[in-house]
Design a protein around this ligand. Sequence first.
Ligand code: ADP
Ligand code: MG
Length: 296
Amino acid sequence: MNDAPSIAPRDKAEILAQALPYIRRFHGKTMVIKYGGNAMTDPELQADFAEDVVLLKLVGINPVVVHGGGPQIEQALNRLGKKGQFIQGMRVTDAETMEVVEWVLAGEVQQDIVGFIHKAGGQAVGLTGRDGGLIRARKLKMMDNKDPSIEHDVGQVGDIVEICPGVVKALLEDNFIPVVSPIGFGEENESYNINADVVASKLAQTLNAEKLVLLTNTPGVLDKAGQLLTDLTATEIDALFADGTISGGMLPKISGALEAAHSGVNAVHIIDGRVPHAMLLEILTDQAYGTMIRSK
Ligand code: ADP
Ligand code: MG
């Protein structure tokens, strides 16, 4: 898509100049970006995303990418005749599903993103939670949202025990862009499938990131009438959980966002990955998109 000729030179200059205070403010800061939803499957949006990541890097920001892979895992499972099942937004993961999750995420999706970033002129390095001991995990104990006396068994879905960010820091120091697959490992070296929003949130907290940006396939958090909620506090979120407005894949996103906001990550944004260059607009211009989560 090329709409450049319709923008007057003066407006172009204005837009570029607008980025200056943001570049100054965020120079040297770390931002964790969760890449998911439709933005991950559309080739044009993939290229836009990679360009945005490289541009952020070139203006002195340290992007760390955590990716999901729901649609790609679903496709691979379908090819094998398996049907995905979800409980409270988490994929039920038996041993065979775990194998598929691992090869799709680490073997395919992660390496595709690394490739796209290289094509856009950046240098990315793909990691799973096993690399450098990054994500230690254990089996998730999942209680029912409404009745905490009920426990759901979602198989090899992991809960994060600890993030050891040494390998990510080392890569950032050497100017690489880390691309993390949300796979953790347990005491017996067993693999765990971890929701990518949960990994992104924990990583943002561990790295004392300036921002956590979650790209998804909706305009942000929507209310019961489908209207975008641009700003959410912890109290408002509790009410949305209680009345069921937030459900499915939005549950781990919002809990993670809230936890990050409570732990000192300055800004958490849930934005629409279907909008070309949404991330760049959110970070480097006055334009605010999606939903911003605040701890108070
Ligand atoms: P991602 O790949 O970005 O993690 P998910 O499917 O896991 O995508 O989560 C996003 C989905 O959460 C939306 O597509 C929508 O179906 C669902 N959802 C549940 N509650 C809400 C809400 N209140 N506002 C927006 N989306 C919601
Ligand atoms: Mg999800």
